[in-house]
Write a protein that binds this ligand. Sequence first.
Ligand code: OGA
Ligand code: MN
Length: 284
Amino acid sequence: MSELKIEPSEATLGAVVSGVDLSELDDSDWRTIEAGFHDRAVLVFPGQHLSSRDQVAFGRRFGEIEHLFGDAGIIPISNQRLDGSLMEDHEPPMQVMLGNEGWHTDSSYMPLAAKASILSAHVLPPSGGETEWADMRAAYEALDSTLRERVAELSAYHSIRYSQARIGHTNTNEGLYGYHDGDPPRRSLVKFHPVSGRPALFIGRHAYGIPGLDAAESETLLDDLLAFACQPTRIYQHRWQPGDIAIWDNRCVLHRARPYDHSQARVMKHTRIAGDPATETALA
Ligand code: OGA
Ligand code: MN
């Protein structure tokens, strides 16, 4: 096999990794990949065709697997049932996936936010269904100094009930995942990366209710920050091919799915890596 190569995208985040078989990852290549993950925050590995087991094993390199609804470390992000039939938009799993079309970071509405997420592509629609990531380190750096000082003082609650209600959906525990009926966790708007120390905006569709602001002011500020943050040069898009796998750092990037025609199948498999309780726990 050829040498491992990490090719950065033209955006501030994202890289394509070739010359490695993730099902036979040696320690030297792992160290290179981990360094690339910290630097680029999103890594795409085309043509890996990993088994579910190898996908989970790759995830374990990054940390503990976050188990959602007692799964085996693989969550189907799919509009197709095992019998081949397609789901309808009103069904709870589809509502969770439609929610994924808004910029978000995984498990920010849970008491422990996620460290990283893995997604692999299995069946794809002929058009649409891409995934995009936005760099919240670069977004923070691009804020003017007044806003940077303002957000440094602020925190927000994170709730999937809020984010789903905002798009007209009711959050239930019948989705694929994405349910929390405890108190919504509160998190600082600026997150310092536990490895690099780099500050990043920690926002996204689940964030609401900034203490000290009224509901409308809070919503406006969070919407404005999101619109400013998620702009070209800070966005990396991947158009999937079957067999591709990607990993991203939920501590410093947002992501979203792009729409596609739901009369076509899109079958993806997700593995979520738990945050470190020392750094991804909510504020008191
Ligand atoms: C996810 C997610 C986006 C996509 O798996 O957490 O948001 O493109 N997926 O399916
Ligand atoms: Mn997600």
